[in-house]
Design a protein around this ligand. Sequence first.
Ligand code: PLP
Length: 367
Amino acid sequence: MARLTKLIREMPATVPFVGPEVIERERGRKFRARLGANESGFGPSPKVIEAMRAADAEVWKYPDSGSSELREALAAHHGVEPENIVVGAGIDGLFSTLAALMIDEGTPVVTSEGAYPTFNFSINGRGGALHKVPYVNDMEDPASLVAKAREVDAALVYLANPDNPMGGMHGPDVVARMVNELPEGALLLLDEAYAELAPKDMLPKIDANDPRVIRMRTFSKAYGMAGARVGYAIGAPELIAEFEKVRNHFGMNRSALIGAQAALADQGWLTHIRTEVRSARDRITEIARRNGLNALPSHTNFVAIEVGSPERAKAIITELAARDIFIRMPFAAPQNRCIRVSVGPREELDLFAEALPEVLKATDDLG
Ligand SMILES: *Cc1c(COP(=O)(O)O)cnc(C)c1O
């Protein structure tokens, strides 16, 4: 056996998410509706596909290790400098690099119980000490996060805004206050995976040079490029420069970088996607309502629906999977009284709408 680190030897086996393909293999059958991974079933801009196809012929080349053109385009888009931006293999990849930069064994980190799990995965992989506070009113709670950060002298505090898995969002004033109240020396990791789907006036305006915050964005959600694995962080140049020491410099797929640039250039597609996502969210909410269930308001590409208990949520997921419909649910109480349904094309939501009444009947005793 290889000489693993003490940390890894003592760590229990764990997976942050079981992907739909893994589930399909286990079942020996494909899903007909893929409504569980918050992907964009509406796909990327046709211009992205065209650009990536054209780029594929040059796949023999290594990617631009500095992602220079994409960083310049992102900087122009956000009105910041390229030195404020580092590109990585999705937000998940950037979590891992940030953890390499910041987490020693025992470094205190604060997040919420049941918040996005891949963040925890990266922190645990470095031996960080995760401290968790509960959601309040189905939202991650900035005041609790700040209080815990003070209590444990946190190096890093995590907030997803809009939030996954519940879909809610804090306005710009709440986030600005949170930044101001952070204890000295704490960094806020503001995960804005769904920012492009949120109303523009709800997004906090944060100075990219503010050393107290690092924001993360992705091409996986609104831009519909989850399989391409492109994300980026925006932060103070001093912090962004540190990524150079440990990041995987050639870890980006060349065609994906070119595709991301095409996606950014086609903001018209994003406008179209916002409309599609909003109407699909409304449709899911309406399907829930017709079945006597409450759907939570969402600023993302998914909707959390209350079904009464974690047992029932689990049973609903199993029953829907038996009908070839893939959805997920939150991991922790009290959020896990919900199921989480991602938006998707009309035909897939039709399948969900059709299956839900009988699935609810079959799981009625668990509500
Ligand atoms: C989907 C998601 C991510 C992961 O994004 P990638 O760029 O695909 O790694 C990160 N954070 C949240 C809150 C998400 O929902």
